[in-house]
Each structure stands twice: as C-alpha cells, then as structure tokens.
Write a protein that binds this ligand. Structure first.
Ligand code: ZN
Length: 483
C-alpha cells in the first residue's frame, strides 16, 4: 500500500485496493497461526504466522493470514522439519516413528543401498516422509563377493580380500548407484575389516571425483593399539586429505566411547586444515548392531571395554551371558551395547557442529529406542532438563546443518532445514515445555510426546498429536545428477 493515497475512490484507488487484496488477502492452503517461529539460518525467533501454499512456505508474517485450514499454534515452537542423516529403518513402520519424533526427512547414508534405482522406486509416492540413501560400499561388496548376510556382511564381504577383478566390480556398482541418484557413498569399515586401506582409498577417490561425501562408520574402537579409535579416525581423515573426498564420520560416540573428546578434537583439527570433515551423534549411552557382524570378532570385550552383561538382546530384552552370546551369534540378530559413557553422549550432543542423527531401525516394535525417540530426547532431556545446549542450537543440529551437508549434492536439500518463503513446507511444531522421548531400552515401541503437528511438503502427517492416516507426501531425495 505504501505510496498510494485513498482520498477518493478512483480507478487508481481500486487498482491499489486490488493489489492490496492480492498481497494480503490471499488464502493459503494452510496457516500456522501465532507460533514461535525458530529459523536457525536467519536466527529468527519470534511470533509469526506461516502461510503454506502448494507444498511450500509462501508467507512468514506478523500480519494475520487467511488459510483454508488454520491451526492455532500459540505457545508452540514452529521449526524446520528434522532431517535424520542416519536412519536404517526405511519402511512405513519406521516412518511413523520418525514422524511422531518430528522427522520429515530420513536418510540411509551409513550402510547405504544397492541397487539404488529400485530402492527409490519402491518408496516413491508411498512414503509418509521424505527418504533417500547413499550408494553403499557394504552392499556392493556383499553383492560382488556373494556374502550370505542380510543387512551386514557375515561371510566373504566381511572377512575376505577382494581380488583386483572384484575390486573393479565393487567400484562399478558404487559408481552405478551414484549415477542413479544416490546422495553419496556409505561405508562401514568395522563391518568390512578385510577391505584393505588401498580399497578404502579407491572408494574415497570415487567420492572426490563425483564431489559427494563418504558417510563412514570407522574401522575400530577402543584404546588398545593397533586398532584404536584414534588410529581409525586417522585413517579416514588421512584418506580425505589424500583423495580430496568429503567425509562424514557417523555416530562419533559409539566409535570413540571415553575418547569422544579426542575424536571431536581430531575432526576440529582436520577442519582447521581445510578438510571437509563432519560428524553426528545420537543422544543415548548405548549402541546397537548385528551380533553376527565383525564387530563381535574375538577381542570385542577389550576393544569396547564391556562384557556379556552389557549386551541386551533386542528380541527379548534379556542381558546376555557367555552361553547366550555364543548361541545368538550363530543365529544372528540385533543386540544393544551399553558402552557409551554419559559424559561422552552429552559432550557430543552439545559440541559445536555435531549433527543429531538417530542410527535408528525399528522392527515390529522392537529395537533401540533411538529409532523412536532421538529428536524428542535431545529437545526434552538435553535442552530442557540438562541445559546442555540452547534450543536454537539443537534445532540447527537437527535441520540446517544436515541440510547444508547435502545441498551441494542435492538441490532439494537447499529447500529444507529453514523456515522462510520459498522452501519446502517440511515443518515440525512442538511444545518446548513438554516435548520428550518415551521409548526406552525395555519398551522401545513408544512414540515421542509433545510434538502435536508435523507437515511434510505442506501435508499434515501428524495432527493433534496423532498420525494422519492415508497420506503419503514423502518424496525421494536424490542427487543433482538425476534432476
Ligand atoms: Zn554404524
């Protein structure tokens, strides 16, 4: 309206009124009214009305907005939807737990997938939230070396050296996955301990050539040399320096335990020297993995500084003994490892630049509670109860930082992790005074609380604290190569 005067109702006046109606009288698909909008990119932390149209944020305004649907969110935080870089659970059951935990994009970047194209095709148009994956070195190695393992290798891909022909075939499959839109390369060196240092360098070189990151579970853990946490960190940081690859070290706490502080310093040092190295953590004092994987090859007690009673069998919740450990190692299955010091978890969650990622996977209600409660636990436990970090910093670690990690690879990610006009309407609305995880190690199948509204691409997937049935607004997040 500025610049116009309405002394009399002439043609110019009518035009101005029309423009005014166009600007301020428009009707949005959805309006989130009166919430505390928190945007980690701009630093905005103020009461605003958010207007959504055609799946995007179309207005962030102090003025009232008109919507076909208007939801009053006064007293609640309106944040960008949470982005989970490490989500093994990639089916409807897991997407439901994720949505109730405020996650709007769940990506399988550590293990990754092979083959990539059918993996995306199987989910497109059928997913509750956005999804995506890396091209996996582990599954490529399993395919080439005919490993019998289901999710992680248990045979030749874990314990066999690749011949030069096999190595070329593994590289080809990894490249093929990138050609098909994968978001980077997934690697789990602890699960493929017989993959040589030259093999790892050759995979890093592919990442450098394609300008994507390697998402790496490092080779070893513990203080005993050789094979320490420090040596394992040195391997991937050196690999980044040698090849020029970007790397993201997954779950820093479970690979560093009491040495988490040193591992974080090593990443800081690499970044100061100009390397592109990032990391992530989940807010728990236990990890989870497959009992028949190479993680439990002889010497695991010394490496992890734990013993049988620190292992919890996921299927039953029982703590293990020497006898049950041997029995289950033959049958295979998931086990929780109570091995991470509380101080390490707290330090990593609060540490500048460390992203939040769940490493979660639920199966028929069983699993590590991180699959259901990671994000609410950071907000409720570490922000509100422990005051280990500020609310804005926590939101940044869950939204903007993971978006930035991927946006040079996927233009879609440049439209996520922010609340501003033009971005995708992936939005999580939570009550900062009530948000909390409910999933526990003994009873993991419990949704988080205090997250009443979650939208994915402008569509409610959680409304009034309940999952919305019959909606599938999630889309595949792919690299620029296929856009
Ligand atoms: Zn891992």
């Amino acid at each position: 309206m500025t610049g116009y005067h309405f002394g009399m109702l002439n043609k110019l006046g009518l035009l101005a009124i029309g423009m005014n109606l166009l600007a301020f009288g428009q009707v949005f698909d959805v309006v989130l009214s009166g919430g505390r909008v928190m945007d980690p990119e701009s630093g905005l932390d103020a009461v605003r009305n958010v207007g959504i149209r055609s799946g995007r944020i179309a207005a962030v305004s102090e003025r009232p907005l008109r919507g076909r649907t208007t939801v009053e969110v006064r007293g609640l935080v309106v944040a960008p939807g949470f982005i989970d870089l490490h989500s093994h659970g990639q089916d409807d059951e897991n997407y439901r737990y994720k949505a109730r935990d405020g996650v709007t994009t769940a990506l399988e970047l550590e293990v990754g997938v092979y083959p990539v194209k059918p993996w995306y095709a199987a989910r497109e148009g059928k997913a509750l939230i956005n999804f995506g994956a890396t091209s996996g070195h582990i599954p490529a190695r399993m395919a080439v070396m005919h490993d019998p393992g289901a999710f992680l290798p248990t045979g030749p891909a874990a314990h066999g050296h690749a011949t030069p022909e096999e190595m070329r075939a593994i590289e080809d499959l990894v490249r093929q996955g990138l050609d098909e839109g994968a978001l980077g390369i997934g690697m789990g060196l602890a699960y493929t301990p017989s993959a040589t240092h030259p093999e790892i360098l050759s995979i890093f070189r592919i990442a450098a050539d394609r300008k994507v990151a390697c998402f790496v579970h490092t080779r070893s853990v513990g203080t005993a040399e050789p094979g320490s946490t420090t040596e394992a960190m040195e391997e991937v940081i050196a690999g980044a320096a040698i090849t020029g690859a970007s790397i993201h070290v997954v779950h820093i706490t479970s690979m560093s335990l009491a040495q988490t502080g040193l591992a974080l310093e090593m990443i800081d040092g690499a970044r100061k020297r100009g390397l592109d190295v990032t990391t992530e953590a989940y807010p728990y004092t236990a990890g989870q993995t497959a009992i028949d994987s190479a993680m439990f090859d002889p010497g695991w007690q010394e490496r992890l500084s734990i013993t049988y009673k620190d292992l919890q069998w996921v299927a039953t919740g029982e703590r293990l003994t020497a006898e049950s450990f041997e029995r289950y190692r033959k049958t295979g299955g998931f086990v929780i490892l109570h091995a991470i010091p509380e101080e390490a978890a707290r330090q990593a969650i609060a540490y500048p630049g460390v992203m939040i990622a769940s490493d979660g996977r639920m199966e028929r209600g069983k699993g590590h509670p991180r699959g259901a409660g990671t994000y609410a636990r950071v907000l409720g436990h570490y922000v509100r109860e422990e005051k280990a970090l500020s609310l804005m910093t926590a939101i940044e670690k869950m939204t903007l930082l993971p978006a930035r990690r991927l946006e040079s690879v996927s233009p879609q990610m440049a439209r996520k992790g922010r609340i501003k006009v033009g971005v995708d309407a992936d939005i999580t609305v939570f009550d900062p005074a009530a948000v909390i995880d409910k999933a526990t190690f003994d009873k993991p199948d419990q949704y988080s609380e205090g997250i009443p509204f979650v939208l994915v691409n402008g569509v409610f997937v959680v409304r009034g604290g309940e999952l919305v049935e019959g909606v599938e607004p999630g889309v595949g997040i792919k690299s620029r190569l296929v856009h």
